[in-house]
Design a binder for this molecule. Structure first.
Ligand SMILES: NC(=O)c1ccc[n+]([C@@H]2O[C@H](COP(=O)([O-])OP(=O)(O)OC[C@H]3O[C@@H](n4cnc5c(N)ncnc54)[C@H](O)[C@@H]3O)[C@@H](O)[C@H]2O)c1
Length: 401
């Protein structure tokens, strides 16, 4: 992990940051923004009046009805963008044109053209442009990468990651299920998986072969995929995701949840096709349920390490997988556990990387070019499923730090 411990640069004023879109993703980021002493949260932009008022009260910051109004009215150095995916482009381009450092949610855009335009605009602006949170920030994944880079296990040859959830049946906005708007699991959850895989395998994907699945006529969307990824250096990976609320990959992960909580089978809040069985759920009710769920869905801290499904790394001289407290390493020396601290959440690590890049302490790994390459793998997987052929992944870059 290249992010330094949380210590602000004493020679600098705090980085004044605003939030664009006060929904589920933003609510998850607030604790990490407030916890980092190098940032000062000063404004929120949110078009739903009641939500905007709620944010102003809860955070004691200036609240604006739109992103342009916030950019014009609040003196910001940086902006976190958690608006719906198809809006990222206009919000990122506006913020970069105004000279702000930008942290945008994944997936960075709904299509490669928009994402490429953002990368070009960031280069012109000369400000920091980061794409996160993704689960490749999780400390166990970062530590896997450090172990691989250390070289004692030899070259990484295979990474296989499996995640089975209820993603499709959680309450959603309609656009979250539309592929062309960056919806469905290949964009939304593949963005995590491909980021993890590229980080562990060095970054440069050669080609992708995939099948995506839309399995519930009452809830049309890409809800599952199996993706085979070939890397330029001969490593290979698979990403399996199934969001149809049947099997849970917590059963493969010591009963630990995506956010690092013990959740034995009986204690899980797992949505098993509830919306498919009830056409009575209106879009308005569903969005109200989404907003309610978003208030508590992603806690700011957790006792155990986060598990985005099971990730098994195979190197020439050993294998690595997650344990509830860190990693298990299987090598000639037997099975060893590396325990990791649980005092910094994945989003704390995003804010640390953002701060380090803004202050020039360390370049960001998850910069715009990295996010573009992840999105290109999402695109290639969807294209491969449609064509039945192996597809090249565009815009690939190596891990540089
Ligand atoms: N990293 C993660 O783990 C994670 C988790 C959830 C969502 N996300 C990402 O975050 C983004 C938002 O998803 P969400 O689930 O939080 O959605 P959401 O609907 O809960 O939140 C989006 C918010 O943006 C607001 N908004 C809409 N138009 C706006 C505009 N023009 N200006 C300002 N605000 C506007 C909405 O009113 C809403 O409050 C998506 O890109 C999604 O992929 C990431």
């Amino acid at each position: 992990m290249n992010a330094s411990p949380v210590s602000p640069d004493p020679r600098r004023k705090p980085v004044r940051i605003g939030i664009a879109g006060y929904g589920a993703a933003a609510l998850a980021f607030v604790p990490a923004i407030l916890a980092h002493p190098g940032f000062e949260l000063v404004a929120v932009a949110e078009p739903i009046e009641s939500v905007c008022d709620e944010a102003a009260k809860a955070l004691a910051v200036a609240a604006y009805a739109s992103v342009p109004a916030m950019l014009a009215g609040a003196q910001l150095d940086a902006i976190y963008i958690g608006t719906p995916t198809e809006m990222h482009s206009v919000h990122v381009l506006g913020a970069l044109a105004a000279g702000k450092h930008v942290l945008v949610e994944k997936p960075m855009a709904a299509n490669l053209d928009d994402a490429k335009a953002m990368v070009d605009a960031a280069a012109t602006a000369g400000t920091v442009f980061l794409v996160g949170h993704s689960h490749s920030y999780d400390l166990p994944i970062q530590t896997m990468r450090a172990l691989i880079s250390g070289g004692t296990l030899g070259r990484v040859r295979m990474v296989n990651t499996w995640c089975y959830t209820d993603w499709i049946y959680r309450p959603r906005r309609p656009d979250e299920l539309v592929t062309g708007l960056g919806g469905g699991v290949t964009y939304r959850q593949g963005a995590h998986q491909f980021d993890i895989i590229r980080l562990l395998c060095g970054g440069k994907v050669k080609s992708v072969k995939a099948r995506t699945f839309d399995m519930d006529p009452a809830r049309r969307a890409i809800g599952a995929h199996t993706v085979f990824i070939d890397f330029e250096d001969g490593a290979a990976a698979t990403a399996v995701y199934n969001g149809y609320g049947g099997f849970s990959s917590m059963d493969l992960c010591f009963d630990v949840s995506e956010w690092g909580f013990a959740q034995p089978e009986g204690a899980r809040n797992f949505a098993r096709r509830p919306l498919a069985n009830s056409n009575a759920v209106s879009a308005v009710d569903e969005q109200a349920a989404k907003r309610q769920r978003g208030k508590t869905a992603i806690p700011g801290s957790a006792p155990l390490q986060p598990f985005f499904g099971m990730t098994l790394v195979s190197c020439e001289k050993g294998d690595i997988r997650q344990s509830p407290h860190g990693l298990f390493v299987y090598s000639a020396e037997g099975k060893q556990e590396i325990k990791l601290p649980a005092d910094r959440s994945p989003r704390d690590l995003v804010m640390a990387e953002f701060y380090d890049a803004i202050t020039g302490r360390a370049p960001a790994i998850h910069d715009g070019r990295w996010g573009l390459a992840n999105l290109a793998v999402c695109d290639a997987a969807i294209a491969s499923s449609a064509s039945g052929r192996e597809e090249a992944a565009l815009y690939q870059v190596a891990v540089h730090a």
